[in-house]
Write a protein that binds this ligand. Structure first.
Ligand code: G3P
Length: 249
């Protein structure tokens, strides 16, 4: 049985002092032993957020990292820096990074391999545009993102990974995918993992849905056979996140 994982993606929101306030506010609301709870926060918020989350069930994650070990890469954060800070999860290949920072399936793959090498669990994002959905190429596009993203990743590593299916047209738009649409794609992603590896790997990997998840939509989405939780943007910055984490109560 896969344990659900609900992660907040704060994106470029919250200063370090605001991060401490938000963690303190959400801490008592996010207790749920059935769910792994992760707050993926801006790099500068990682250490204060981690301090504030001490003694709770909340793990602090990063929103990005670079694939080189160290050196002349001004502005980047290395895997070792995240590990030293106590980070366990990193969001990789979010559509906003693909769109605004030229990330490709290939760079996402390099980051995936580095994350595993350093023992950080990647939350690898994939998802189609509205145009692709309308053209009927959603599955092909996502299969390609998954195949390249997992190139040279071993089955044992893949079993520990998290994939977040985030249709781009549902991000920040208030337009959640229907439970059927979300389940259909998450099932296809699991099938793709079974084809790359085997049934055991496909059964172990956790697949989240992301895109305008809120306290109302979370229970139905997370009850779907192939949806193992959510990656939440806007609603992760509010008390609603506690309700999303406690979707089953
Ligand atoms: O990574 C989470 C995300 O992109 C969804 O954002 O604001 O639609 O929940 P939001």
């Amino acid at each position: 049985m896969r344990k659900k994982i609900v992660a907040g993606n704060w994106k470029m929101n919250k200063t370090p002092s605001e991060a401490v306030e938000l963690v303190n506010m959400l801490k008592p609301l996010c207790a749920n032993e059935d769910v792994d709870v992760v707050f993926c926060v801006p790099a500068i918020d990682i250490i204060p957020a981690m301090e504030a989350a001490k003694g709770s069930n909340i793990a602090i994650g990063a929103e990005n990292m670079y694939y080189e070990e160290s050196g002349a890469y001004t502005g980047e954060i290395s895997p070792a820096m995240l590990v030293d800070a106590g980070v366990k999860y990193v969001v990789l290949g979010h559509s906003e990074r693909r769109e605004y920072f030229a990330e490709t399936n290939e760079t996402v793959n390099k980051k995936m391999l580095k994350a595993f090498e350093h023992g950080i669990t990647p939350i690898m994002c994939c998802g189609e545009t509205l145009e692709q959905r309308e053209q009927g190429v959603t599955m092909d596009f996502i299969r390609q993102q998954v195949k390249v993203g997992f190139l040279n990743v071993t089955a044992d590593q893949a079993k520990t990974a998290v994939i977040a299916y985030e249709p781009i047209w549902a991000i920040g738009t208030g337009k959640t995918a229907t439970t059927e649409q979300a389940q259909e794609v998450c099932a296809e992603i699991r099938k793709c993992i079974a084809e790359i590896y085997d049934d055991a790997t496909a059964a172990a990997i956790r697949i989240q849905y992301g895109g305008s998840v809120n306290a109302k939509t979370a229970p139905d989405l997370f009850a779907q056979a192939d949806i193992d939780g959510g990656l939440v943007g806007g609603a992760s910055l509010k008390a609603d996140f506690g309700q999303i984490v406690n979707y089953n109560k």
